[in-house]
Design a protein around this ligand. Structure first.
Ligand code: FES
Ligand code: FES
Length: 165
């Protein structure tokens, strides 16, 4: 602990946690270095690619830019929370079924953003999907499969009764 370190308290994937951080630490650094949550990844480091996406207080943020201190008292969710009950989320199932990844580096960001989209708009058009995911980049160019996966996840949620018909 240094003279400048501070303690933050927040809810992480449903559990109350604390962390000793420096004011310049990002939430991505804290998640990976202190909580061994490796789903969110650093790629561009500039808020441009979405590989580092995490959810803070219900909104997606770029974990590479979001200061951990700003999460103090808040709620943070990562992709690891989606299957916390031992079952994959339908979005995860759909990504697997559609083969919506190659190297997988971008995948957690796409999955979290797709969940956000479907929670807000259960039956998005293709252009709405493309627009909502436009901040996420895939260097392997798995875009066609990603779009199909989001459509499939929407159908799966509908048939499971997760959303009104
Ligand atoms: S690593 Fe954060 S947006 Fe690219
Ligand atoms: S699957 Fe490789 S970057 Fe998207």
């Amino acid at each position: 602990m240094s003279a400048t370190s501070i303690t933050i308290h927040f809810t992480l994937n449903g559990e109350r946690v604390s962390a000793e951080i420096e004011p310049h630490h990002t939430i991505l650094e804290v998640l990976r270095q202190q909580f061994a949550l490796y789903g969110a990844r650093e790629s561009c480091g500039q808020g441009l690619c979405g590989c580092c996406t995490v959810i803070v207080n219900g909104e997606s943020v770029s974990g590479c830019l979001y200061l951990a201190a700003m999460a103090d008292g808040g709620e943070v969710s990562t992709v690891e929370h989606l299957d916390a009950d031992g079952e994959l989320d339908v979005v995860q199932q759909a990504f697997i079924e559609c083969g919506a990844f190659q190297c997988g580096f971008c995948t957690s960001g796409f999955i979290l953003m797709s969940r956000q989209l479907l929670d807000r708009n259960p039956d998005p058009t293709e252009s709405e999907i493309r627009h909502f995911l436009s901040g996420n980049l895939c260097r392997c160019a798995a875009y066609p499969e990603i779009i199909e996966a989001v459509k499939l996840a929407a159908r799966m949620r509908k048939s499971a009764g997760a959303v009104p018909a």
